[in-house]
Design a protein around this ligand. Structure first.
Ligand SMILES: [Zn+2]
Length: 171
């Protein structure tokens, strides 16, 4: 999970929501991935998808039944689907995602008996660190948006002042 957090930090440096993932096969790291949908112009470029793609390429197999996926944020519906298609053995995540989590927060696809693959799922591993990096990313982003609004407002004020006719301004 520490490696997945390093990937999350890499995403943050690129201005992406900081989520990172690692695929481990028989105790060996086979692939890393970080969230990059904005930079990649790719709605499917979640950390898990990137790591699963890289792992499948590295192992030469689209099925990864001996692999475990570590990810800093609870997988969404798309990633849960890919995890099932890849036959991942075990999923370990850090922070729960109350908005899009598909491992129990919004829905629990891994508990759905009509879906034929059931990975073992463990949540809350290094939770504080995984939540912390997301919180600091979003609070920095809010602060930057506030600063932009203030700058725009003061630029508008300055424009108003400069548009006052000289005769009025001298009164
Ligand atoms: Zn996802």
């Amino acid at each position: 999970m520490a490696l997945a957090l390093a990937q999350a930090r890499a995403a943050m440096q690129q201005g992406e929501v900081p989520v990172g993932a690692v695929v481990v096969c028989n105790g060996q790291v086979v692939a890393l991935g970080h969230n990059c949908p904005v930079g990649g112009h790719d709605p499917s470029a979640h950390a898990e998808m990137q790591a699963l793609r890289a792992a499948a390429q590295a192992l030469g197999n689209y099925r990864l039944p001996e692999c475990e996926l570590f990810v800093t944020l609870e997988p969404c519906v798309m990633c849960a689907g890919a995890i099932m298609h890849a036959r991942i053995k075990r999923v370990v995540y850090g922070a729960a995602d109350p908005k899009t989590g598909a491992c129990g927060s919004v829905v629990d696809l891994f508990a759905e008996p009509r879906l034929n693959h059931h990975a073992e799922v463990v949540g809350g591993v290094m939770r504080d660190e995984c939540v912390g990096i997301l919180q600091s990313f979003f609070s920095e982003r809010r602060a930057a948006a506030r600063a932009r609004r203030l700058a725009q407002a003061s630029a508008a004020d300055a424009a108003d002042e400069s548009s006052v006719p000289p005769s009025e301004a001298s009164n």
